[in-house]
Design a protein around this ligand. Structure first.
Ligand code: ZN
Length: 397
C-alpha cells in the first residue's frame, strides 16, 4: 500500500485542479525520478526532520516526493513550507499549479513529456523524466483501473497517512501471505490520537515491534488509519508467523475490553478494519474467511493474535481477548467482500391514507354484523338514551 497511498493523493490533487491523466502520469514520472516514492526530509532543513518522512536527503534544501526547494536565497519560501512540500497532496498541488501553465497535453511523446517535467523541476539530469514515463503510465493505469478508494462507493470514512516503522523485514522471504491478524495495543487507551501516538512510539528499531496498520477511533467517532509497514514487507508482529501475515492493530484498545467497550468506543474502527482486511484479501488472494475463537476454522483467512498463540503454537499473547464482537466484524467483512452496500437502499415510501380504512368498512360477526361505527352508535344510544344508530351517512361541516 505504501506507494499507492501517495499516488492516490497525487491523483486526487490532479483531479481537484482539473489536470488530465497525461499530467498526472508526468507527475508520477517526476516522483519516480526525484524520490522513487520516498517522502524525503532534508538534513539541512531542521523543520523537515520533525515531519513524518521515509528518508533523509541533503540535496540543496529539497524535500518531499517532488524534491521541492523549501528555502531560497535570503530565506523566503520558494515552493512552499516544509510541511506543505512534504504533504503528498499539497506538494502535488504545487506541482500541478505549475504544470497547468505548460502545454502538457500536447506532450504526447515520452521525450516531450520529460521536457515538460524538466521545465518545472529544473533538474541537473533533464533526460531522466522521459525514461520513467512508461513505468509511470503503467502505475497510473493500475491505480486508475483498479479499486481506488476515492472512487470506491463502499469505502467507509477514515483518514489515512503513513508513519513508517523500521521494525520490519524487507519482503517476505518468498513466503505466501495467507493470514490477516488483528491486535490490541494495550497502551494509548482513551487518546484521540492513539494510532498516531502508537506509530511514533514504535517507529524506531529499539521497539522491535510494529504492525502494518494502526487504526484508532477518536471520541468524536472519526477513524484514523496510519500505515506503518508496506504490506509487501513483513512486520514484526507475530514471531514465526510474520512472513505469512498482514497485521492490524486497534490502537488504544485492550484485550480486557468488554463487548460493550468495543462496540461503543471502536465500532467505526472495527468497520474500517473489516474494509482494509477485505482490500488486502483481494490484493493478495486470501479468502475473506473470518476465523473467530474457539478457532474451529483454519487460515487462510482473518483471525487474531491469539490464533497464533493457540493454533500456530507460538508466543503467549491473547489479544483480541474475549470481548471482541466477532459477529459484528464478520458481518462487516461480508458486507465489504460482497459489496452489498453498493446497492442503494430503497427510499422509504410515505404511507398513503385512503378515504376510509378497511376496518371501518368491514362488518364484524362479533359486532352483530355491524361496522365499527355502527357498533359505537348502538353503544352510545344505549349509554346516552339517544336514538342515532339507524341514521346513515356523516355530518357535513
Ligand atoms: Zn498482538
Amino acid at each position: 500500500m505504501t506507494n499507492d497511498v501517495y499516488a492516490r493523493q497525487i491523483i486526487q490533487a490532479g483531479k481537484d485542479l482539473g489536470i488530465t491523466p497525461r499530467g498526472i502520469v508526468i507527475a508520477f514520472a517526476t516522483v519516480y525520478v526525484e524520490a522513487n516514492w520516498l517522502n524525503y526530509a532534508n538534513s539541512k532543513v531542521p523543520e523537515s526532520l520533525t515531519i513524518p518522512h521515509d528518508a533523509v536527503g541533503s540535496d540543496g534544501k529539497s524535500v518531499g516526493l517532488f524534491q521541492q526547494q523549501v528555502v531560497w536565497g535570503n530565506g523566503a519560501w520558494w515552493w512552499g513550507s516544509a510541511a506543505d512540500c512534504m504533504d503528498p497532496y499539497k506538494s502535488a498541488r504545487l506541482f500541478f499549479q505549475r504544470l497547468a501553465t505548460k502545454p502538457y497535453q500536447a506532450a504526447t511523446t515520452d521525450v516531450a513529456a520529460g521536457a515538460i517535467a524538466q521545465s518545472i523541476q529544473g533538474s541537473a539530469f533533464p533526460d531522466r523524466y522521459a525514461q520513467r514515463m512508461a513505468e509511470a503510465q503503467r502505475y497510473y493505469d493500475r491505480l486508475a483501473g483498479g479499486t481506488v478508494p476515492d472512487v470506491d462507493p463502499n469505502r467507509p470514512p477514515y483518514n489515512e497517512f503513513p508513519i513508517w516503522s523500521e521494525n520490519h523485514y524487507d519482503g517476505r522471504s518468498g513466503v505466501t501471505i495467507d493470514a490477516i491478524f488483528l491486535h490490541t495495543s494495550e497502551g494509548f487507551v482513551g487518546r484521540d490520537d492513539a494510532a498516531e501516538a502508537l506509530s511514533l512510539w514504535y517507529q524506531p528499531k529499539s521497539r522491535q515491534v510494529a504492525y502494518h496498520y494502526a487504526v484508532s477511533q477518536a471520541s468524536d467517532g472519526g477513524v484514523t488509519v496510519v500505515d506503518n509497514v508496506d504490506t509487501d514487507d513483513a512486520s514484526w508482529s507475530v514471531l514465526s508467523a510474520n512472513n505469512r501475515s498482514i497485521n492490524l492493530c486497534f490502537a488504544g484498545t485492550q484485550a480486557a475490553w468488554s463487548r460493550n467497550d468495543w462496540i461503543t468506543k471502536f465500532g467505526n474502527a472495527i468497520d474500517v478494519a473489516a474494509y482494509l482486511a477485505v482490500q488486502d484479501c483481494k490484493k493478495y488472494g486470501i479468502p475473506t474467511n473470518v476465523i473467530a475463537p474457539p478457532y474451529t476454522g483454519r487460515i487462510p483467512g482473518i483471525s487474531d493474535h491469539r490464533y497464533v498463540t493457540k493454533v500456530l503454537g507460538d508466543g503467549t499473547h491473547t489479544d483480541l481477548g474475549d470481548g471482541f464482537p466477532w459477529d459484528v466484524f464478520t458481518a462487516a467483512v461480508k458486507k465489504y467482500a460482497t459489496g452489498e452496500t453498493a446497492t442503494p437502499q430503497p427510499e422509504p415510501k410515505p404511507v398513503v391514507v385512503g378515504p376510509a380504512d378497511d376496518q371501518l368498512n368491514m362488518r364484524f360477526h362479533c359486532l352483530g354484523d355491524r361496522t365499527l361505527v355502527e357498533a359505537v352508535a348502538v353503544l352510545l344510544d344505549k349509554e346516552l338514551g339517544t336514538n342515532n344508530a339507524g341514521k346513515p351517512g356523516v355530518v357535513m361541516q
